[in-house]
Design a protein around this ligand. Structure first.
Ligand code: SIN
Length: 303
């Protein structure tokens, strides 16, 4: 059979030639492996330089929301590809607090140099819980790593909620908590993180109004699961309670949430990515590599 232009094509109705294997569609068959019983899903078989089919994007999103974080290995991506991947999941605003990658105001650098002792994110937190609408999540890409150390821990706060007693869930269901940016300095008195009096005063003044109130138990908008929404970096107290009254229960909740059963640990390699769901997971960047450089690129997906 010939077309009007004379090109030869195989007849659809005549005897068919032996079926030829179809060209593989890149990224159509991701392989998902849980990183622990509750938290984290590793996604293999995906090259983020290639387009992501809709079905694969949906599978990644489902895993993200259920497991709190999805991770990828061996991704040789440029900032534009990093940004394009993050944009599959929502808007990516310019980075607010970080120095950004040249030409990419949306890609913040999380950098610790050999002469620095304080790192970014070195305590359990969910990003910007002091804002009325915290981000959906963040895509973090490893560019330069120390020879050892610098892992990131994640805690699944839906799993934390599930493992509370009915009685405590009932009590928490009517509580709301105050989250404040300035608390990040007050909450942590480890020597390498303790700010000077001058730094503390500047921080207090700069972020005086940066706080808001959230329910202690939230409902995840995509999974419908209940989530324990407090963290030791930004949560100051329960609404209507003093700080001293709140402290014992908050401490209990933070310890419960970050029990090993509710967590996973991600050991980075250059080219690794962790994409966390900020509505489900807390994270904690370990600061155990003084004297070495660690450089990560972060794109935040708006909530
Ligand atoms: C962060 O808290 O965003 C930093 C996480 C990390 O560097 O591992």
């Amino acid at each position: 059979m010939r077309t009007t232009t004379g090109t030869r094509v195989r007849s659809r109705t005549g005897p068919r030639a032996r079926a030829r294997p179809r060209a593989a569609i890149p990224n159509a068959a991701p392989v998902l492996r849980p990183m622990s019983a509750t938290t984290g899903m590793e996604v293999a078989g995906v090259d983020l330089r290639q387009p992501l089919p809709e079905e694969t994007t949906r599978a990644i999103r489902r895993a993200l929301c259920e497991w709190g974080v999805v991770t990828f290995r061996d991704q040789a991506i440029a900032p534009a590809q990093h940004l394009a991947f993050a944009r599959r999941f929502g808007e990516v605003p310019p980075s607010e607090f970080l120095v950004t990658a040249p030409g990419f105001p949306q890609i913040g650098e999380i950098r610790k140099e050999p002469d620095q002792t304080r790192n970014v994110g070195g305590n359990w937190h969910s990003d910007h819980s002091f804002d009325p609408v915290p981000p959906l999540g963040a895509v973090l890409y490893a560019r330069e790593l120390p020879a050892r150390g610098g892992d990131t821990l994640f805690a699944n706060m839906a799993a934390a909620y599930d493992s509370l007693s009915d009685g405590l869930r009932e009590t928490l269901s009517s509580l709301r908590a105050v989250h404040a940016k300035r608390n990040a300095f007050h909450a942590d008195d480890r020597p390498e993180r303790r700010p000077s009096a001058a730094q503390r005063a500047r921080f207090d003044e700069e972020y005086a109004g940066r706080e808001c109130v959230h329910p202690v138990i939230t409902t995840h908008p995509e999974t419908g699961r209940r989530v324990l929404f407090v963290n030791p970096t930004y949560t100051v107290r329960f609404e209507g309670w003093t700080g001293r009254e709140s402290a014992p229960l908050l401490q209990y909740l933070h310890a419960h949430a970050t029990r090993p059963e509710n967590t996973c640990r991600f050991q980075w390699r250059e080219g690794s990515i962790a994409f966390w769901d900020n509505r489900t997971a807390l994270h904690y960047a370990l600061n155990d590599y003084h004297g070495a450089r660690r450089l990560m690129h972060r794109a935040v997906v708006a909530g």
